[in-house]
Ligand binder design. Structure first.
Ligand code: NAP
Length: 332
């Protein structure tokens, strides 16, 4: 949907100068209403955020665990430091998107503005039109989980029809999409879940389930072509016996496994590098099409008002969630 006739125009007529957002200071979050509304630069649009999700990464950021990643990336420090994905309405004409377009996406994890604020500016390559069949809240629950697991399965795992796949952490924000996408791509899916999640995850398409409370991964008597770990708790040495000769282990946190990710240049790599740090218009459009065709559904655990952000962060820390926690950012 390239709209070349709409040349980049710096956004000048926007009247609102201040906005609400969640500000992180000294490991404490507060809701403030006097934040400056950002202005888009070349290749960016201004977006009014309707809904944004709360991710484990946000909780890790609040607790100071992702400080190293920020230092390594040289990221600017913005007052709002939480919120990765969003859905909303474009407020400025860009090169590809126009004022009024309903979009969803994922700003650059390390360098971009975060989404727990009423307006963001975002590179047009990181967004796509929302699926036409679902609302803004369902759209905000999709980009990060669907995109990351699509990249993990297709680009890193080189998934093929008939592949046997084990998804560890299958009921969480990433896992609910990993299960559906792996099935769409023709795999046989085994899903590792917590108590009470078995039927839910089978309904999403998993062929069988394993309870992490009842069985340790290393005791499973089977092999897999892809082992996708979305818990970041697995040690490669513990599970390498679960990999088939062509099998690959894909951890959601590759930094926990750097030496194995780099591997021995003379041997086939058994650990894949998965890092999806920003949205991707092409893949988000493919995901939207799957949703519109009824091939992928968005899963929301709970939705909170912005003013109730603390409950949202608390829920994110709890076990037993199904899919994403969502926050309503804009009232109108
Ligand atoms: N590499 C990348 O590009 C990338 C991108 C996005 C996110 N991530 C990372 O991916 C990870 C997962 O994100 P998420 O949003 O899906 O998190 P999440 O919603 O918290 O899901 C984690 C899941 O793991 C399950 N779990 C916990 N302990 C387990 C165990 N011992 N065995 C098996 N399952 C267990 C949880 O089940 P219970 O509810 O029963 O505890 C939950 O369903 C995070 O660390 C995030 O930072 C990586």
């Amino acid at each position: 949907m390239l709209r070349q006739s709409f040349k980049f125009a710096k956004y000048t007529s926007f009247k609102i100068k201040h906005m609400k957002g969640l500000v992180l200071e000294n490991k404490k979050v507060s809701l403030q209403d006097n934040l400056e509304v950002p202005s888009p630069k070349k290749d960016e649009v201004l977006v009014k955020v309707k809904y944004a999700s709360i991710n484990s990464y946000d909780v890790e950021t609040i607790e100071g665990q992702s400080a190293l990643l920020k230092k390594l990336s040289g990221a600017k420090t913005y007052p709002v430091m939480t919120g990765l994905e969003f859905s909303g309405v474009v407020e400025s004409d860009g090169q590809r998107f126009r004022k009024g377009d309903k979009v969803y996406g994922y700003p650059d994890l390390a360098k971009g503005q975060k989404t727990h604020q009423e307006f963001i500016v975002i590179n047009e390559n990181y967004i796509a039109l929302v699926p036409s069949t679902i609302d803004f809240s369902e759209s905000a629950a999709l980009p990060l989980g669907a995109l990351t697991t699509l990249v993990g399965l297709e680009n890193v795992g080189k998934i093929k029809e008939g592949y046997k796949i084990l998804i560890n952490g299958a009921a969480g924000g990433l896992g609910v999409y990993a299960v559906q996408i792996a099935k769409r791509l023709g795999a046989f899916v085994s899903a590792v879940v917590g108590p009470g999640q078995e039927q839910f995850i089978k309904d999403l398409g998993a062929d069988n389930t394993i309870s992490y409370k009842e069985q340790k991964l290393q005791d499973i008597n089977n092999t897999y072509d892809i082992l996708l770990d979305l818990t970041t708790k697995v040690k490669f040495t513990d599970i390498k016996g679960l990999l088939s000769p062509r099998g690959v282990f894909i951890p959601a946190n590759p930094f926990n496994h750097l030496s194995a990710v780099l591997g021995n240049p003379f041997r086939k790599k058994k650990v894949g590098y998965l890092m999806v740090a920003r949205g991707d218009s092409g893949k988000l459009t493919k995901i939207a099409k799957w949703v519109e065709e009824g091939k992928l559904i968005s899963i929301i655990d709970k939705t909170y008002e912005l003013k109730d952000y603390q409950h949202g962060f608390d829920r994110t820390r709890e076990p037993g969630k199904r899919g994403r926690i969502i926050m309503k950012i804009a009232d109108h």
